[in-house]
Ligand binder design. Sequence first.
Ligand code: MN
Length: 291
Amino acid sequence: MGMQKNIIKIEHPRRHHMVGDGFRVSQYIPGYGREMSNDTSPFLMLDYNTPWQIPPQHGHRPGVWFHPHRGFETVTIVYSGEVEHQDTAGHGGVIWADEVQWMTAGSGLLHNEFMTENFSKTGGIQHVAQLWVNLPKEHKMTAPRYQALTRENIPEVPFDGGRVRVIAGEFWKTRWAAQTFSPVELYDIRFDSKGSLEINIPENYTLMLLVAEWEIQANDKTIENGNIVHFSRSGTSVLLQSDSITKVLVMAWKPIDEPIVQYGPFVMNTEAEIQQAFDDFHAGKMGSLES
Ligand code: MN
């Protein structure tokens, strides 16, 4: 076992806000009152909604209406619920439970996100995380792209006590073929019973864990449900131990050390590029709803 990564901080933002009228989320990254920074680079934002009981909606579909993005990627992880998506780059579909949508906004698009009609009708448990992942400067204006990671194409690596679902990167030589613009490891770890697992992450990577169900031990410290753990960049390993059924989201990435200028749904490197994003959005260059 290599040098352990140290726990720097454990956080649980005990407040929430609404995204549209369909997603009640807490902001874990950068966190309320903080600006996006290279401290968690290239993760710009993590909104997470702890399991939330949605009552039947009687003809209304909660969600968020068309809005633009430029300069980064959104990664939507659905643990429970049904999120329907449509964008002006011509992509659309439903993200079902245990599935992930990897959307590269790149040069820009408009998209919407709603509960499916059926889920709105019946109600149920909604449990979703959305990560914003920065793009390196040279790829910020790449063409929009959409990768649907379904239950069928997310590889699962069994270990003693559970399985690692490899959303991106590589675990024990099992690779997910998702194209990413910088080196990334994103694992949805499911313990099915008592067990332990050592995770190895390259030196100098950003590493964070979100506990999405029950609690785990990370390097012998108990991390409760709904908490995020930030680890030191130094060191290469973390030991996870579980006593029960748990879900842990592991986020690790090589930091992108470039300036971050954010305004709302646009994340670029300079103020001038933000102004350009607004101009392009208003000129309809990110797509238009009239077709
Ligand atoms: Mn969005």
